[in-house]
Structure formats: structure tokens, C-alpha cells
Design a protein around this ligand. Structure first.
Ligand code: CP
Length: 309
């Protein structure tokens, strides 16, 4: 298969295994390009992409912009905080105004779940979901699986525990879909209040004890507590959370095996993960960030090839 089954990347649940394998194969090629002294290819000289961010971002935004520039696309950046959204302009009006400037693709981060899906039904451009509320963050899950594949030689058969604030996490949901599609087993671990009741219906096991979860897994993906999405207290205190669900060096060293440690960022050092773990040889956190550029180049390249000019 040489093309994606979708015209937009709205979530992992809209992809199939062949799509993921094609994205990884394409990313392998772009990773090789990124290792060259000239890290740029002329593939998308005829494509214009708008990055529109209604929520804060460091990694995703920079990674998309870099990926687009490495592919020689024309890039415009839009930040809601400095825009006419502040004057009451709607999402569809905003995007249609951007599209009337002959933009082919929109990369969007938005606080509302389903914002990308909504947009894809109303505008004539390829839409890439760069995170929509607590729904999905598909390129994060793709770069996470790609990093596991790179570190452990594959994803099928691997045991992955996702630890922390599952309830508010788009990274957790996209990872669950992506990992299971590739044949990995997934457990979640965290305070009962931060584990959604429906999670077991996704084929995921809940393990409330962090030590047991770590003893079981090959990979631990440590998630941030998303205070910005919380309207109440979900656990007694940050200190208590860190004591029960934080990954520390003594805990890691007490396991009778090596595990791979991941984190999507931004890290709250000393809460979900201590600095000596985040910066240890177990951690592939910066490899995840590096792989994000190749994965986003692959996604953009493959979606652009489906745009009818
Ligand atoms: N992982 C992630 O989405 O980070 P940013 O919020 O900085 O983009």
C-alpha cells in the first residue's frame, strides 16, 4: 500500500494497521534525511500549511513547523491568543478566511474534543489533529509507537503501562488505540479518580499498584497530571500523588529487569517522574521528541499526496 486510507488525520481510531506501517516506513526515510547535513527535501514546494493553535504547545507546534519546513512547504502560524478569535470570530470563519489565502492543509490544536472532526466536515482542506481536548493526539501516539519500535525492535507483543492522569489525557487514548492495533498489551495505572470507568471496555487492564505495573511491563509511559483540565481535586495532594504514582530511581532500580521510560512532555519533574529517571539511560524522552519531526513529515507528506490540485 502506498497511500493512506484517510484524507485527514483526525485520530488513531480512523487509521488501520497498514496506515500506521506506511507512516513508519515513510518516517524511516525522513529520519535518514534528517541525519544528512542538508536536512531538507523539495517534496512539498507546492503546498501551503497553516498551523492553528488554540491551546499552548511547545513540542507539537515546533515539531510540525520544522517538519513542514524540512519538506519545503510554505508555512503560516496562527495563535488564537493574538487573533480575531478574541473579537468573537468563529472557528469555521477563522479557518475559511485562512483557506481563502490558498492554504492546502490545516494543523490544529484545540481545547474542544472533536474540533478537527467538525472542521473536516465544513472546510475543503486536509486537517491534521494536533490534539483536541481530552480526545486524541494522533501524532503523539504515532511517535510514541515509532520510538518503542526503534528501541525494542517492534511493538507487537510488547507490554506497555500508561501511568497517571488517564481521564484527561488525549495521549492515553491515542496510545491505547495505536498500541493495540499493533498487537501490544496495554495496562493503565493511576489514582482511581483519574481512571475513566469505560477504560476496560477498550481492552485495557487497570493495575492500581505502580510497582506491580512496572514489574509487568516492558515500557512505562508516564503522563502529566493535567491540572488545567481539572475542575476539582482528584487526589489529596501532589506530594501524595508523587509518593504513590511517581517513578523514582530507587523504584526503577529495585525492579529485576530493565524497562523503557517514556513521557510525552511537558514533564512535572518530581511529580510523575524524578529528574534522575527522566535523564537516565532508561529514558527515551528526547528520542520521542526527535522522532516527532520524522513522523510529522511522514504524515504531512502522505496527506499532501492525497490533495487534488
Ligand atoms: N507532547 C505535547 O503535546 O507537548 P506540547 O503540549 O508541548 O505540544
Amino acid at each position: 500500500m502506498s497511500e493512506l486510507s484517510v484524507r485527514h488525520l483526525l485520530g488513531i481510531k480512523y487509521l488501520n494497521l497498514q496506515d500506521i506501517e506506511l507512516i513508519f516506513k515513510t518516517a524511516d526515510h525522513f529520519k535518514e534525511v534528517l541525519g544528512r547535513s542538508i536536512k531538507k527535501v523539495p517534496s512539498l514546494r507546492d503546498i501551503t500549511i497553516a498551523n492553528i493553535f488554540f491551546e499552548n504547545s511547545t513540542r507539537t507546534r515546533l515539531s510540525f513547523e520544522l517538519a513542514e519546513k524540512r519538506l519545503s512547504a510554505d508555512v503560516v502560524n496562527f495563535s488564537a491568543a493574538q487573533s480575531s478569535v478574541r473579537k468573537g470570530e468563529t472557528l469555521i470563519d477563522t479557518v475559511n478566511n485562512i483557506l481563502s489565502m490558498k492554504v492546502d492543509m490545516v494543523v490544529m490544536r484545540h481545547p474542544n474534543p472533536g474540533a478537527g472532526i467538525f472542521l473536516s466536515r465544513h472546510v475543503d482542506a486536509a486537517i491534521v489533529n494536533a490534539g483536541d481536548g481530552a480526545h486524541e493526539h494522533p501524532t503523539q501516539a504515532l511517535l510514541d509507537s515509532y520510538s518503542i519500535r526503534e528501541k525494542l525492535g517492534g511493538v507487537a507483543g510488547k507490554k506497555v503501562v500508561i501511568v497517571g492522569d488517564i481521564l484527561h489525557s488525549r495521549v492515553a487514548l491515542s496510545n491505547i488505540f495505536a498500541l493495540q492495533m499493533q498487537g501490544a498489551s496495554v495496562r493503565v495505572c493511576g489514582p482511581k479518580t483519574l481512571i475513566p470507568k469505560y477504560v476496560e471496555s477498550l481492552g485495557v487492564t487497570v493495575e492500581p499498584d505502580l510497582r506491580k505495573a512496572l514489574e509487568w511491563c516492558d515500557v512505562a509511559n508516564m503522563l502529566r497530571v493535567q491540572n488545567e483540565r481539572m475542575d476539582m481535586s482528584y487526589f489529596p495532594s501532589t506530594r501524595e500523588y508523587a509518593r504513590q504514582f511517581g517513578l523514582t530511581k530507587p523504584l526503577l532500580d529495585s525492579l529485576d529487569k530493565e524497562i523503557v521510560v517514556m513521557h510525552p512532555g511537558p514533564i512535572n519533574r518530581g511529580v510523575e517522574i524524578t529528574s534522575d529517571v527522566a535523564d537516565s539511560s532508561h529514558s527515551i524522552i528526547l528520542n520521542q521528541v526527535e522522532n516527532g519531526v520524522a513522523i510529522r513529515m511522514a504524515v504531512i507528506y502522505l496527506l499532501a499526496s492525497k490533495i487534488k490540485k
